[in-house]
Design a protein around this ligand. Structure first.
Ligand code: UD1
Ligand code: M6R
Length: 393
């Protein structure tokens, strides 16, 4: 049932505060007294030791599920200390890439039935790896075929474009990172802050959903465009890829997610005054401001000024220098700092713990893709040529 919504995609975008709450239900420990703030993943508790000792963790998935793993990769590496590699299931199969007994292979799939992911699971299993599932569908082929795993419990997702499953997958993989890092004293504060952030995440998603009207306005400006670039880096490289995937699959508009660090290695040549570009520049290690000394001419006295010292701000400046039509997604309150002049639009989003920021940042892009699709007159819930579950290769 779509309730008050016109389309399932819209309903599922707006459901995210609730789907995230269900994903985390019973899995977060509030702490207090002698107890630490932590997580419990019932399906993994007997396998965490093996995962921590593995030589590497390989994430395997397709489409949005792959992007969710990419978003969680930095925090899993940080808290577990285990090297994490990423595989698109079809590419792993095409290459017959090496997998060993000492590896943990994590299969991420909303449906649990995707043919390539399922075949990659058989492949990894036959090579002796520990196979872990992150699935939304209880009893699905991937849930049954893995040694252990976590159900994301996001509820049934009907729209072909994956939305609420994406944010729940990131929440589960962040909890996986916390569980893997649970034996380390040095990261205790960091882990507790992330647990607090997870508790508050549904509220922050509610807040960012208020951007709906703004995103509809932006969609109106972009309806006739042929192409849209999205630049991100760090935690939000995945956001750029996932935002572009949404725009191309439902709005049928060419869109490309680009790692901002690669800008000068080719994509910069595309930039002119016509092509719209979204830059994700929310606060994390790639966006910082530093107080730097500067000299005031009149008084000759040294004072301090806020001078951009961030990789993403310098990306914005370079795109501006080429007259790019920029739309910047930044942290609430940063609008002025991010775009001193000439940015065509700023979208301010609430700030959360850096590793959770992809959950917040994807929401305006989901809304943009949704409104673009409606305005361009395409089928939102069943885009042409696509199926919800890709069960053939
Ligand atoms: C489980 C129950 C949940 C109950 C909770 C109470 C199920 C499906 N879940 O949730 O209803 O409220 O205990 O403690 O009965 N698994 C895989 N591969 C996957 C996903 C899961 O092998 O891709 C396995 C897990 O290792 C686990 C089982 O399926 O053995 C259930 O997983 P999950 O639902 O995530 O476990 P709990 O959160 O403990
Ligand atoms: O069910 P899965 O998560 O395994 O599906 C993987 C992809 O087919 C899926 O995410 C696809 O990319 C979506 N339509 C994207 O919105």
């Amino acid at each position: 049932k779509k309730g008050n919504y016109e389309h399932y995609m819209e309903k599922e975008i707006f459901e995210q505060p609730e789907s995230l709450t269900t994903t985390m239900r019973g899995r977060l420990i509030r702490g207090g007294e002698s107890k630490l703030k932590s997580v419990v993943l019932g399906g993994l508790k007997d396998h965490l030791r093996t995962m921590r000792r593995s030589r590497r963790i390989i994430f395997i998935g397709c489409g949005t599920s792959y992007n969710a793993a990419l978003a969680a990769r930095p925090i899993i590496e940080e808290l577990s200390g285990v090297p994490v590699t990423m595989e698109l299931a079809s590419d792993l199969l095409d290459r017959q890439g090496p997998i060993y007994r000492e590896d943990t292979a994590v299969f991420v799939s909303q449906s649990g039935e995707t043919a390539d992911t399922l075949q990659a699971l058989e492949y990894a299993n036959s090579h002796g790896a520990l196979c872990v599932g992150i699935t939304n569908t209880v009893g699905s082929a991937i849930a049954r075929g893995t040694h252990c795993g976590v159900h994301i419990n996001a509820g049934c997702e009907i729209g072909v474009a994956s939305t609420k499953a994406y944010t729940s997958q990131i929440a589960v993989m962040t909890m996986l990172a916390l569980a893997l890092g649970d034996d380390s004293m040095s990261s205790r504060n960091r882990r507790e802050e992330i647990v607090d952030g997870l508790f508050d995440l549904p509220n922050k998603v509610k807040e960012v959903l208020k951007l709906d009207k703004d995103m509809k306005e932006l969609a109106k400006l972009l309806t006739e465009e042929q192409s849209l670039l999205i630049f991100g880096r760090g935690y939000n490289y995945a956001t750029a890829l996932e935002g572009a995937l949404k725009v191309k699959e439902v709005a049928l508009m060419h869109s490309e997610g680009i790692l901002a660090g690669e800008m000068k290695h080719g994509p910069l040549a595309l930039v002119d005054e016509t092509l719209p570009i979204i830059v994700i520049a929310t606060r994390d290690a790639t966006f910082r401001q530093a107080l730097r000394p500067c000299f005031l001419l009149l008084t000759y006295s040294r004072s301090y000024a806020l001078i951009p010292d961030s990789k993403q701000q310098s990306v914005i400046q370079q795109l501006r220098a080429r007259k790019g039509r920029l739309i910047v997604i930044c942290t609430k309150g940063d609008a002025e700092a991010v775009c001193p002049y000439g940015v065509s639009r700023v979208i301010e989003v609430p700030r959360v713990e850096d590793c959770l920021q992809p959950v917040i940042n994807i929401v305006p892009l989901q809304l943009l893709a949704y409104h673009l699709t409606v305005l361009r007159g395409y089928n939102v819930d069943q885009p042409r040529n696509l199926a919800k579950s890709v069960t053939t290769q």
